[in-house]
Design a protein around this ligand. Structure first.
Ligand code: MEV
Length: 310
């Protein structure tokens, strides 16, 4: 094995617009940020994560990656700049980084192959999912998911009757403030909660469609570098997500605290806890506001690479 410490790394992701709706085939925009998950592997007699043996009950993402690559038992070590369960895609980042490390040991990897396999792993474990988290961690920079292929198509992914076209997206250099509520919330049950709502009411399906429209408008504003309008759309998206029942008291509190100093703010990821983001040109004020409400702030920059060898 090489004597370098970390084999691969993948970035955290921040969904700017469209989470939950993207599971139903609506568009979504996501960016990679400068917080990374690093992963190192070493063949061993039995598999482990950070020294703890893998069992059928623990670390299902790690076991699923090792099974998918049929690599034999591995001692896996991870180190992360961001908390797990924070809505920043820690499961996707570990899955992407680990699949790439395993593939590297087997001869090499391609970004699209890692994105597809990571989506399969996430779907097997999370249940209903879209490829947004895994594709962002694989590709880095920015991505936009659309119903139909267009310019800068990266890859297409299908599952049951749903189909997603993942595109590279030019994202201006942006400073985002992330506010972690300190409460982790697993994605699977939140996605299932929205599904029950959508299955039962026309109203919830209309909200999903409206999130799609807000996202499309957001993409146009992003292309014009019109951060004020983009921020307003993010705040609108937060309200729509709250109607779907995936915000929380903690998230609403941090969003309200950030808004006076921001173009816009919203929960990011599955919600229910996890993190919110604020688009702002006054990051220090937002950081203070989030701290004052008991949140854990991070200032994050966009424009970072996806999965890579270390
Ligand atoms: C979670 O980061 C994003 C969701 O839309 C779920 C998914 O797309 O798989 C809530």
């Amino acid at each position: 094995m090489p004597d370098r410490l970390w084999d691969t790394s993948a970035p955290a992701k921040v969904i700017l617009l469209g989470e939950h709706a993207v599971v139903y085939g609506q568009p979504a925009i996501s960016v990679a940020v400068d917080l990374r998950m690093r992963c190192r592997i070493r063949p061993d007699r039995s598999s482990s994560l950070n020294g703890t043996p893998l069992t059928p009950q623990n670390y299902s993402y790690v076991s699923a990656c090792i099974d998918k690559r049929r690599s034999g038992p591995m001692a896996v070590t991870t180190e992360s700049d961001f908390p797990s369960g924070s809505g920043l895609g820690s499961s996707a980042a570990v899955t992407v980084a680990l699949l790439a490390a395993l593939a590297k040991c087997q001869g090499g990897w391609r970004e699209d192959e890692i994105a597809r396999q990571a989506f399969e792993v996430e779907s097997e474990i999370q249940g209903r999912a879209s490829p947004i988290d895994t594709s962002t961690c694989a590709h880095g920079r920015g991505i936009m998911i659309k119903k139909r292929p267009g310019e800068k198509l990266l890859w297409e992914i299908s599952r049951d009757t749903r189909h997603w076209c993942v595109h590279d997206l030019d994202v201006p250099e942006m400073k985002l403030v992330i506010g972690f509520t300190g409460r982790s919330a697993p994605t699977g049950p939140l996605v299932a909660k929205v599904k029950r709502y959508v299955d039962r009411t026309r109203f919830a399906s209309d909200i999903i469609q409206e999130i799609g429209q807000v996202t499309e408008e957001g993409a146009r504003r992003l292309a014009m570098n019109d951060l004020e309008s983009l921020g307003r759309l993010m705040t609108r998206d937060h309200k729509l997500l709250a109607i779907l029942g995936v915000s929380s008291v903690g998230l609403d509190k941090l969003v309200s605290a950030a808004l006076p100093y921001s173009y816009g703010a919203k929960l990011t990821g599955a919600g229910g806890g996890g993190s919110m983001i604020a688009l702002t040109d006054r990051p220090d004020m937002v950081v203070e506001a989030i701290k004052n409400k008991g949140g854990q702030p991070f200032i994050a920059s966009t424009g970072v690479p996806g999965v890579k060898e270390e």
